[in-house]
Design a binder for this molecule. Structure first.
Ligand code: NAP
Length: 249
């Protein structure tokens, strides 16, 4: 039976690329979209691209920061496909600002989606995978979470929290044959980073050893490895995919 992968925030950017890459690997794909608008503006096209690769694919609407909505979506995916073999917690937002200027709303919004949203999905899919006694989970963190980043106190806190949850999940679910790892991307060209000023991008580029910004495929290929049998003995790890940004050194 074909395996199923559930990817959150998969209507665009890195999530859409992960969906198509895992479809090429032979997974049936459950594409989580925040709302009907995301289904129309990207999710359905991602599903169609996956189907062209010969697998089944469908969109599932849920705001991952909503505990009950996440649970309902996970049940629907399990009913539709029979199992959830890979979970990629990719949905994420930024609301950047310097520490002393950041509002409470800015902080709470980012924590709710990036940190609580990842918890909600781990909580509900973890229960499914425990019953299955198998599964691979990849949480998308960030170099900002691993090493900090000026102007992103909310985002770096959320992504550092994701690393903590990754290690705890690996310890709790490992005995049931489930792996859980994190990927910490550097700077990847997506709608999230398209909005940043060209001068900022040029500054970032100077710090990247490989001399180019990351592409969604760079992250999707790492996910493809971590949800494959080739990574069966890797769990609780953070894989930095940044082209050699020197953060933390
Ligand atoms: P993106 O293009 O903005 O995509 C993020 C996706 O998450 C969007 O489809 C978004 O939907 C969805 N989303 C937001 N809130 C959601 C919610 N509450 N429930 C469900 N889905 C929700 O960003 P990206 O660059 O591909 O980023 C993907 C992941 O990689 C994020 O976790 C991000 O933090 C991480 N990351 C990105 C970079 C980078 O340089 N791009 C670097 C490090 C880490 P809407 O369009 O409706 O908002």
């Amino acid at each position: 039976m074909a395996k199923t992968a559930l990817i959150t925030g998969a209507s665009q950017g890195i999530g859409a690329c992960i969906a198509k890459t895992l479809a090429a690997d032979g997974f049936n794909i459950a594409i989580n979209c925040y709302s009907e608008r995301e289904v129309e503006n990207g999710g359905e096209a991602v599903a169609a691209a996956c189907r062209e690769l010969g697998v089944e694919a469908e969109c599932f609407i849920a705001d991952v920061s909503d505990f009950a909505a996440s649970e309902k979506m996970v049940k629907a995916v399990k009913e539709r496909f029979g199992s959830i073999d890979a979970l990629v917690n990719n949905a994420g937002i930024t609301k950047d600002g310097l520490l002393v200027r950041m509002s409470e709303d800015q902080f709470d919004a980012v924590i709710n989606v990036n940190l609580k949203g990842t918890f909600n999905m781990l909580r509900h899919v973890g229960a499914v995978m425990m019953r299955q006694r198998s599964g691979h989970i990849v949480n998308i963190s960030s170099v900002a979470g691993a090493f900090g980043n000026a102007g992103q106190i909310n985002y770096s806190a959320s992504k550092a929290g994701v690393i903590g949850m990754t290690k705890t999940t690996a310890k709790e679910l490992g005995p049931r044959g489930i792996t859980c790892n994190a990927i910490a991307p550097g700077f990847v060209r997506t709608p999230m980073t398209d909005v940043l000023k060209d001068e900022y991008k040029a500054e970032i580029l100077k710090q990247i050893s490989l001399g180019r910004l990351g592409e969604p495929e760079d992250i999707a290929n790492a996910v493809s490895f971590l949800v494959s049998d080739k990574a069966a003995y890797i769990t609780g790890q953070v894989l930095v995919v940044s082209g050699g940004m020197p953060m933390g050194i």
